[in-house]
Structures are given as C-alpha cells and as structure tokens.
Design a protein around this ligand. Sequence first.
Ligand SMILES: [Zn+2]
Length: 268
Amino acid sequence: MKKHWKILLHICVFILLTLLTQIGGVVYLMSFVFCSRIKYAFPLKGLAAFVIIYCLGTFITTPLLAKLFNRERIVHYHNLQPANYLTVLLNRNYVRPEVNAYLKSVSEELGNNNKALVMRYLDANFPLIDGFPLLPHLSHNDGKKLDISLVYENSDGKIVNCSKSISGYGIFEEPQKGELNQNKVCQAAGFSYYDMPKYLTFGSINEDLHFSEKGNRELMRALIHPEVVEKVFIEPHLKERLRLKHNKIRFHGCHSVRHDDHIHVQIK
Ligand SMILES: [Zn+2]
C-alpha cells in the first residue's frame, strides 16, 4: 500500500510539473535515472539532479527543440521585459517568430513615444507542441497569444514598471462610477468564474500604485497599431476610460475571465 501511495505521489508531481512548466515532468523522470547512475550519496541528491537537468533543459535544450515547433523565446529589449522572471524560468515565454517581429515593432514605437514606459509581458505559450495549453489560459496553445501587464504610476504621476500582485494577475482595476461593470453582468448571467484570477495573485504588492491612463493608452495604441494583430482583449470599462475605438479591441465574452488586470494580445 505504501508503495502505491509513493507511485501516486510521483504521478501527481509529474503532472503538476508538466502543467506548470511543460518540461518539468520529463525532467523529474530524468532526474531519477540520473541519480541511479551516480553512485555517490549526498543530501538532496535528487533535488540537485532535478535543478541541474531542469536548468540545462530550460536554457539550452528546450530553445533548440522549440525551433522544431516554430517557437522561440520572447526577445527582450530595454522596454520589453518579463513582469516576473519566473515566466522565463517556467518556460512560459515562447512565441512564434512573427510575434517576436511584432513585439520588436511595438517596442520601437513605444520607445519613440515614451522613454519611461516598459512593456512587461506575463504568460505567453509553452515551447513545444501545438494545442498544449498553458494553464490557466486555455487559448495560449499555438504560440500566437501573449498577456501584457497594465501600466501603473505612483502618487506623483510617474510611470513605475511594477506589478500590483506577485503573479501579475488578479488585482483588478475596478469600474468607476458610471462605467460598465462587466463582471457584475457576467456574474448575473451565471459565469461565476469570470473573476477567478482574483485567486491567482499569490499576494498583492505595491498597493500605493494606481492605474496609469496615459501609460495604458500609449501601450494600447502601440499594441493595436501593427497589421499582424488579430485582436486585443481588455475589459470594456477600461476601453471606454482610455477612449479607445479600434475594432481590434474586442470583448472576450463572459465564458473567459475578466481583463482589467492584464491585456491579452493575439496575432493572426
Ligand atoms: Zn491571455
């Protein structure tokens, strides 16, 4: 019985690591093989083997394998950075080459308009296999999707390139008086999971920061400008507040989750 529980635990760890990082489950299995080949016993041998193989996989093997699936890591610029470096460590930063070309053009346009603004990306796609979803975003499965953090400013009105939660998700810019409350509409229609990202913050930070209208308007205008964009999702009240009229900015539907904590971009 004890052995069965052990196997079950290994299966759970395998599934969890695969869902979180895509390669983690396979690395977990490889670390057992690696440990069995090394005769020397030392404390945390299994963990050390996992960390070494995982790092080699993340930074060397996986970027090469990803090319077979027409994907590459998001290229960083001075004004295009991950909101949280864990996105990179967990292999959630892969896109198709055309998305990188698009991001380069957005970065150049942003750089011309506002030197202080840094576009900070959140979850993109996994490196391998079309159709493999990057949970909890079911649609991030083809290398064409990317989430981007909202822009915040401090009490002096200065743009600060920080998030309001550890994960970058789940702290909402709520509707103001007179604005459409899409969350209420969706909840009333029975879509109770519409505000699910509130459970994904992993803790709120930088509570003194507030939504930057100027920064978010500039970011949205740069994002929708290039021809290759298929659609951009942001919560309807923010579209209204930022006075954005472009037809590529759409409402994602109540079956999705609210987008007043991040912007979702997808490429054609
Ligand atoms: Zn998304």
